[in-house]
Write a protein that binds this ligand. Structure first.
Ligand SMILES: NC(=O)C1=CN([C@@H]2O[C@H](COP(=O)(O)OP(=O)(O)OC[C@H]3O[C@@H](n4cnc5c(N)ncnc54)[C@H](OP(=O)(O)O)[C@@H]3O)[C@@H](O)[C@H]2O)C=CC1
Ligand SMILES: C[C@H]1O[C@H](OP(=O)(O)OP(=O)(O)OC[C@H]2O[C@@H](n3cnc4c(=O)[nH]c(N)nc43)[C@H](O)[C@@H]2O)[C@@H](O)[C@@H](O)C1=O
Length: 321
C-alpha cells in the first residue's frame, strides 16, 4: 500500500506519458518538461503497441516509471466513433488493461487515467456532476468508447480498493489545441471546422457545410489547460471518484462555427447537413469539484481558437490526414 500525501511529485523520478505524441500527451509532455521533470519516458505506437501485453510488461520492467499519465487511446470524433465501434471498444480496453496491469505489477505509485465526458448518460441533467455516472443510457454514437472509458474508471477504483494504490481518474470535456487531429472524417468538431473554413477561404468557396443541425451544445477546453489540471490533480487529489475537467461554459455548434469562421477570415455562407449525427444534445461539465481543489481554466475559447489556428497555419502540411 502506498499512502498519498498532497504535494510536489519528485521531478527526478521517471514519468511515463502513454500517448506522448497525441493532442493530450504532447501537452502533458510540454507541461511536465517545463515544470522540471527530468526523466520523461514516451513511446510512439510504432515503438510500443500498447495492445501488445507482453511488450507492455517488458517496457515497464525495463523503464520502471514511478508516475504514469494514461493518455494513449483510440480517439476520434462523432463519425469515427459511430463507424468503428469495435476499434474504439477493443483497442481502448486492451490499452488500459495492459498499461494498468503492468503499472500495478511494477509498482507505479501515481497513475492518472484519462476518460471523457461521453461517459455520462445521453440525457443526464446539466451540468454533469461526477455522481451521474451510470445513471442512464449512453449516447448511441459513442457507446462502445464510453463503455471502454467506464471500465478504465472502474479499474482505477478496483486497484485502489484491492491494493490501496493512490491512482486517480480525470474526465476532460471536449479538448482542442496544437497537435490535434485535423483529419476531415476522423477529427472532432473544432479542428474539423478550422480546416474546413481555412480551405474554403483559400479556395474562395461561397458556402461550407458542417455536420448535423448545429443545435447541440458543447464545452471546449484548451489542452494546455488540461495538462495543467492533470498535474494539479496528481499533486493534490486522491480519491476513488473521477474528477471532471472543463471550463463550466458551453455554446452551440452554430456559435462555435461562427467563432471559427471569424478567426479564420471565412466570409461565405455556413450550411448544415442534418443527415449527419448531432450526438448528445448537451455535454456541460460541473467543475465545482475541481474548483474546490484549487484549479480553474485560464485560456478563453477565443484566445484558444486563435492560437490553435496559428499553429494549424504553421503546420498545415504536417497534420494527420
Ligand atoms: N481529444 C478530445 O477531445 C478528448 C480526449 N480525451 C482523452 O484524452 C486521451 C488522449 O486523447 P487525444 O490526445 O485527443 O488523442 P490523440 O489521437 O491525439 O492521441 C492518442 C495517442 O494514443 C496513442 N495510441 C493510440 N493507440 C495506441 C496503441 N495501440 N499503442 C500505443 N499508443 C497508442 C497514439 O500514439 P501514436 O500517435 O504514436 O500512434 C497517440 O499518441 C484519450 O484517453 C481520450 O479519451 C478526453 C476527452 C476529450
Ligand atoms: C470528445 C468526444 O467527442 C465525440 O463526441 P462529440 O462531442 O459529439 O464530438 P464531435 O466533436 O465529433 O462533434 C460535436 C458536434 O459537432 C458537430 N459537427 C459539425 N461539423 C462537424 C465536423 O466537421 N466534424 C465533427 N467531428 N463534428 C462536427 C457534430 O455533429 C456534433 O454535434 C465522442 O464521439 C467522443 O469521442 C468524445 O468523448
Amino acid at each position: 500500500m502506498t499512502a498519498f500525501t498532497p504535494g510536489r511529485l519528485d521531478r527526478s523520478s521517471p514519468f511515463y506519458v502513454a500517448g506522448h505524441g497525441g493532442l493530450v500527451g504532447s501537452a502533458l509532455w510540454r507541461k511536465l518538461t517545463a515544470e522540471g521533470f527530468t526523466k520523461m519516458v514516451g513511446r510512439t505506437s510504432k515503438e510500443l503497441d500498447l495492445r501488445n501485453r507482453a511488450a507492455v510488461f517488458a517496457f515497464f520492467e525495463r523503464e520502471r516509471p514511478r508516475y504514469v499519465a494514461l493518455a494513449a487511446a483510440k480517439v476520434g470524433g462523432i463519425l469515427a466513433n459511430k463507424t468503428y465501434p469495435v476499434d474504439f471498444l477493443s483497442d481502448n480496453v486492451q490499452i488500459q488493461v495492459n498499461v494498468m496491469d503492468a503499472a500495478h505489477r511494477y509498482g507505479v505509485e501515481r497513475l492518472l487515467f484519462l476518460g471523457s465526458s461521453c461517459i455520462y448518460p445521453k440525457l443526464a441533467p446539466q451540468p454533469l456532476k461526477e455522481e451521474y455516472l451510470l445513471t442512464g443510457p449512453l449516447e448511441e454514437t459513442n457507446e462502445a468508447y464510453a463503455i471502454a472509458k467506464i471500465s478504465g474508471i472502474m479499474q482505477v477504483q478496483a486497484v485502489r480498493q484491492q491494493y490501496g494504490l493512490p491512482w486517480i481518474s480525470a474526465m476532460p470535456t471536449n479538448l482542442y489545441g496544437p497537435g490535434d487531429n485535423f483529419s476531415a472524417q476522423g477529427s472532432h468538431v473544432l479542428p474539423a471546422l478550422i480546416r474546413r473554413f481555412d480551405e474554403a477561404r483559400i479556395r474562395e468557396e461561397a458556402s461550407v457545410t458542417n455536420w448535423g443541425t448545429g443545435a447541440p451544445r458543447r464545452e471546449f477546453l484548451h489542452v494546455d489547460d488540461l495538462a495543467d489540471a492533470c498535474l494539479h490533480l496528481l499533486e493534490n487529489y486522491d480519491g476513488p471518484e473521477h474528477v471532471n475537467v472543463g471550463v463550466g461554459e458551453d455554446l452551440t455548434i452554430k456559435e462555435l462555427a461562427g467563432l471559427v469562421a471569424a478567426t479564420v477570415g471565412y466570409k461565405g455562407a455556413i450550411e448544415w447537413d442534418a443527415t449527419k449525427p448531432d450526438g448528445t444534445p448537451r455535454k456541460l461539465m460541473d467543475v465545482r469539484k475541481l474548483e474546490s481543489l484549487g484549479w480553474t481554466a485560464r485560456i478563453s475559447l477565443k484566445e484558444g481558437i486563435e492560437s490553435t489556428y496559428a499553429w494549424f497555419e504553421d503546420n498545415r502540411n504536417g497534420v494527420r490526414d
